[in-house]
Design a protein around this ligand. Structure first.
Ligand code: GLN
Length: 488
């Protein structure tokens, strides 16, 4: 093997030995290899293009075929990125996994994707997702579900299921997704990787096909916490094209903490009581012990209104979605149907173009916003949202980080929840409160339950990403999750 070069030299004969597989290497490690001259950006690109091309999970909807130009000194060194299908990218199919946008090739690129490209992370492909990011299992995609690489009879979670599965299976070094009520954190948890939803507003939404604008937030899905910090560092920033974007008050640092001395962790009983699967509870309790071993303290902290989060979310998110989706009328983009008159153009296009879950949300949202009901539903839900945000603020007077499992269950079987929308909606019962409050939250792998990954969620006050990443880093080191390697 002495004449092996590039990727092969670094990774050995891929697949034969455990530590020879690209899936076991983080993006930060790849960047180091490039810097040290052991690997070139072109070799990484070629190898990952081949891996992505062999996708059998339906994680990708589109793959780039040309190696892009990357500046020699770009900080992310050319390590390619998988991008959720709802990020508009110039000239590339960007359909939010909906039939109504099939064939749409935007004339511009989303700010987050553009920033990462400039930083040296070119787009490897577009990943599958629930249509318009509505769902928790990726089964609402118009292009078929994604399989979970840990067990292909199970869902990868959603809505960023393609991004999560691609990273977990080694079909991409890292990926971005969006999180409206849990769509980065929950699939990261179910696929055994790291997923970070940043503070609302820190990453520009410009060019993201909108679901619920007051909640949508882009973020990284990665193999470890360091990679998440690295991607986030180059995603955040104020953008004149998105008036709600704030940027981040400090540079995102690479996390280095190994201990949790003095860090106060709060466990909200409202989110960690009944309803957790026993295997999830076990991993969660083991995590609390680890926190204490690392010098952190664990105490109970109340989030008294968080039990109402799902109800408020399923008024607010569909209401905003019904307004955002009004633009898909067959006139401007994508699919067009109808028999010539204007009304049938609208009706037929939307009837054929939207899937059942999207139609359900449009009906829910339109109803909640209709005259006479607005105050009773939308107005009331907004008040609940404000109260939930206030709960978090007062909790953060006595703790630094809130810790919960990310999902009440491990990955469930494909088909298991498709006919039961309420059961599906409850998949996000632990992630939606943080979305309503606009605060950052990260999911890291906590361990396995019957061979399937369990995610642990850490949340902290708005704009405290650096502290959150440090805490997650210390915990990640102690947990020492083997990721893809433990799949054998
Ligand atoms: N599963 C939730 C929903 O269906 C959250 C989705 C998301 O975060 N995009 O709305």
């Amino acid at each position: 093997m002495s004449e092996a070069t590039g990727f092969e030299a670094v990774f050995g004969d891929r697949g034969d030995t455990d530590d020879a597989r690209p899936v076991d290497h983080t993006a930060a490690e790849l960047i180091d290899h490039v810097r040290a001259g052991r690997l070139s950006a072109a070799e990484i690109w070629d190898d990952y293009q081949r891996l992505a091309g062999a996708d059998t999970l339906n994680a990708y909807l589109w793959r780039a075929d040309e190696a892009p130009e990357v500046a020699a000194n770009a900080p992310l060194a050319g390590v390619p990125l998988a991008v959720k299908d709802l990020f508009c990218t110039e000239g590339v199919p960007s359909a939010a996994a909906s039939k109504i946008l099939e064939g749409y090739r935007p004339p511009y690129t989303a700010t987050a994707v553009e920033r990462l490209r400039e930083a040296g992370a070119p787009m490897l492909g577009k990943t599958n997702m629930d249509e318009f990011a509505m769902g928790s299992s990726n089964e609402n995609s118009a292009f078929g579900p994604v399989k979970n690489p840990w067990d292909e009879s199970r869902v990868p979670g959603g809505s960023s299921g393609g991004s999560a599965a691609a990273v977990a299976a080694g079909l991409a070094p890292w990926a971005i997704g969006t999180d409206t009520g849990g769509s980065i954190r929950q699939p990261a948890a179910l696929c055994g990787i790291v997923g970070l939803k940043p503070t609302y507003g820190t990453v520009s939404r410009y060019g993201m096909i909108a679901f619920a604008s007051s909640l949508d937030q882009a973020g990284p899905l990665t193999r470890d916490v360091t990679d998440a910090a690295l991607l986030l560092r180059h995603m955040v920033g104020r953008d004149p094209c998105d008036s709600t974007s704030t940027g981040h008050p400090e540079e995102i640092a690479l996390p280095s903490a190994e201990r949790l001395d003095g860090v106060r962790f709060g466990v909200p009983p409202e989110l960690t009581g009944d309803g957790l699967e026993p295997g999830v509870r076990e991993v969660f309790e083991a995590t609390l012990k680890r926190i204490e071993e690392l010098g952190g303290s664990v105490q109970e902290v109340g989030l008294p209104h968080s039990g109402h989060a799902i109800s408020a979310y399923y008024v607010i998110a569909p209401a905003e979605a019904s307004a955002n989706l009004a633009r898909f009328d067959g006139v401007r983009y994508g699919h067009r149907a109808g028999n010539g008159d204007l009304l049938s153009l609208y009706e037929q296009t939307r009837e054929e173009g939207f899937g059942p879950e999207v139609k359900r949300r449009i009906m829910l949202g339109t109803y909640a916003l209709s005259s006479g009901y607005y105050d009773a539903y939308y107005g009331r839900a907004q008040k609940v949202r404000t109260t939930i945000a206030a709960d978090f603020r007062s909790a953060f007077e006595s703790v630094d980080v809130i810790v919960t499992p990310t999902s009440p269950t491990v990955a469930f079987a494909l088909g298991e929840r498709v006919d039961d929308p309420l059961a599906m909606y409850l998949s996000d019962v632990l992630t939606v409160p943080m979305s309503l409050a606009g605060i950052p939250a990260i999911s890291i792998p906590g361990g396995l339950s019957d061979g399937l990954p369990v995610g642990i969620q850490l949340a902290s006050p708005a704009f405290s990403e650096n502290r959150l990443l440090d805490a997650a880093h210390a915990l990640e080191r102690a947990i020492d999750f083997k990721g893809a390697r433990s799949r054998g």
